[in-house]
Design a protein around this ligand. Structure first.
Ligand code: COA
Length: 258
């Protein structure tokens, strides 16, 4: 357990909670380092099938990068701080499903982190935005690239150029998030979905994610060829044999992850 990242392991689901509620869970260097360490451990931990990321308290998911760390920082230092591997990219390429459980402010790097996840579930009091423009900055955690891919160039331009915040209902409407719940139901609903996903074959989840992610960088023709190849690859797994057999025998499949 880290100082600023809390980890709770439930049945095949790990919850990582950024624990700096007094700073609205701003993404400091320490948060990034501890988060990366947990993600690295979870990646090779067969007991965990999916990850949920959230922020401590009810006010904020993540209110962006830690602005305090920007003061007096020179371009070269900033470049060092942004060296690879970056948590946004690690999460976007993570082999296990990652779900953002958004409880309040989801701003700047917080919004970018949510965009790097596979699914976004928010409470109806959540507020979203890319306010970097108000600091004389632009999004630097993938926001200028992932936000337009998620919501379209027009909505991305509006959020990035104005720095305006939008509520959960509007975020759902433009496709920034996939689901909205009450604050009271957020954990239960998120864990319900996370649990369902985590119970699937880890191997099949991995290639399903890989295929869907590829749609963001491949042409439709190349993407369909890639999908066909991964689909056929799935035929070589024990889990495919088990899944089909279990269906025919009208029983629950028991995945081996092989
Ligand atoms: N980095 C560092 N500290 C932050 C922070 C951030 N991104 N966001 C909030 N905090 C800190 C505040 O400085 C304050 O700390 P203090 O009590 O030691 O002064 C504490 O968190 C509470 O924030 P506060 O501003 O008092 O809460 P609020 O409810 O009045 O306003 C926000 C909430 C989210 C509107 C406001 O905090 C804000 O605009 N934050 C910055 C958002 C941003 O620009 N993110 C992108 C960064 S690139």
């Amino acid at each position: 357990m880290g100082e600023v990242i809390l980890r709770e392991d439930l049945d095949r689901v790990a919850i990582l909670t950024i624990n700096r509620p007094d700073k609205l869970n701003a993404l400091s260097e320490q948060v990034r380092v501890e988060m990366m360490a947990e993600l690295e451990e979870i990646e090779s931990n067969d007991a965990i099938g999916a990850v949920v990321i959230t922020g401590a308290g009810e006010k904020s998911f993540i209110a962006g990068a830690d602005i305090g760390e920007f003061e007096g920082r020179q371009p070269f230092d900033q470049r060092e701080a942004m060296r690879s591997p970056r948590v946004f990219d690690v999460m976007a390429n993570y082999p296990k499903p990652v779900i953002a459980m958004i409880n309040g402010f989801c701003l700047g790097g917080g919004c970018e982190l949510a965009l790097s996840c596979d699914l976004r579930i928010a409470s109806d009091n959540a507020r979203f935005g890319q306010p970097e423009i108000k600091l004389g900055l632009i999004p630097g955690g993938g926001g200028t690239q992932r936000l337009p891919r998620q919501v379209g160039i027009g909505h991305a331009m509006r959020l990035i150029l104005s720095g305006d915040m939008i509520g959960a209902a509007e975020a759902r409407e433009i496709g920034l998030i996939e689901m909205v719940t009450t604050p009271e139901e957020l954990r239960e609903k998120t864990l319900e979905i996370a649990g369902k996903i985590a119970a699937m074959s880890p191997l099949t989840l991995k290639i399903a994610k890989e295929a869907v992610r590829a749609s963001q960088r491949l042409s439709i023709e190349d993407g369909l060829v890639y999908e066909r190849d991964l689909f056929c690859l799935a035929f070589s797994t024990e889990d495919k044999k088990e899944g089909v057999q279990a269906f025919l025998e009208k029983r629950k499949a028991e995945w081996k992850g092989k």
